[in-house]
Design a binder for this molecule. Sequence first.
Ligand code: PMP
Length: 437
Amino acid sequence: MTVRPSDQPASQALFERARSVIPGGVSSPVRAFNAVGGTPRFIRSASGAWLTDADGNELVDLVGSWGPMLLGHAHPEVQAAVQAAVARGTSYGAPTEPELALGEEIVARTPVERVRFVSSGTEATMSALRLARGFTGREVVVKFAGCYHGHVDALLASAGSGLATFAVPGTPGVPASSTALTLVLPYNDRAAVTAAFAEHGDRIACLFTEAAPGNMGVVPPEPGFNAFLAETCRAHGALFVSDEVMTGFRASRQGYWGIDGAVEGWVPDLMTFGKVMGGGFPAAAFGGRADVMSMLAPEGPVYQAGTLSGNPVATTAGLATLQRATDEVYAHLDAVGTTLKDAVTTALTAAGVTHTIQSAGTMFSVFLCDGPVRDFAAASRTDSAAYAAFFHAMLDAGVYLPPSAYEAWFVSAAHDDRAVQVILDALPGAATAAARA
Ligand code: PMP
């Protein structure tokens, strides 16, 4: 059964109001349910694994604000730390101890030696790109199709025609000149990387990759792929930028680097972080090698700044979150993830729905197509209509999945047996709905 707008009068009324003042009624496109149809739920409050929408429905949340809510919503100790921070004033435009402590925590967990705070993942990647260009004195950036690095002009690029050709803008409003220095390659394709560096190596400032892509669904790097990228960059004097905005402090305690880099021995020159490290507030960061980071103003000549960067409330929330993101938390995410993946497989198999589930540490996603899915072209084969039916059946049964077929499902430390049971109970009916779509 598909949700009809009139089923949720309060969300419907708010959405109608919103559309007259906010384009599409939302502050970020995917929230609008365009990919799955229907009216987005307006959320009134959240606690633990649960959202309460404007009509008073309680929903088990598998979006987690698109990643940040690792501990669940309104964690009492994070709330208390935030309230105490707010009482001390909310922004000073001067250095503070919370940003320093969060920086130390990030340096302790990851291979970065220095870190600078910004307010969004987009700002982190934009700044890392400028720094890489400033450090190398080169201008070309390499990225992979299906990897999202925020809405930075140069990184909102689609593949041009043919291998190792420069990209075209991915959206109106991005000048062709902004993507003329961007090479877009197929993910997990070593030959394409080798060819691009062979042709343009001495002009390449950096290669950007998601440490494990989560923005085309979860597409883990094939064994040795990140190490190969790091080595290729090194051989050509380019910087290897590992974007861990989504995977950082989520895929594992040390992000995806802890699963892959720490084992395979690769170390990124620069990394970007966001989501979990902001504890649900607008905080993000980029960091890396001390010699590269020292090119940043005021130490060096590459300009980068922000009025609210390192905001004391946001960095307090991030620090309180990371301090509680213990090995037990990651073990719990793993266990809940395994339970859910098994149940999804059982339900979809019983209903005869072709599917593939892929994981990167504690992150996973469900593709409604056969696998393995190793790049964007393969991910694009997922059955969007079947996903829309699946999504709405789950929502009707009280489970809030990402309103797009290309997203990871995010569980939290607060997903307890009661929350998991609601999901398990919902799956067979949703699988049947997907089969009928
Ligand atoms: N990089 C990655 C890997 C992301 O997943 C995202 C956001 N989904 C971003 C960058 C951009 O972050 P933000 O939305 O905070 O600008």
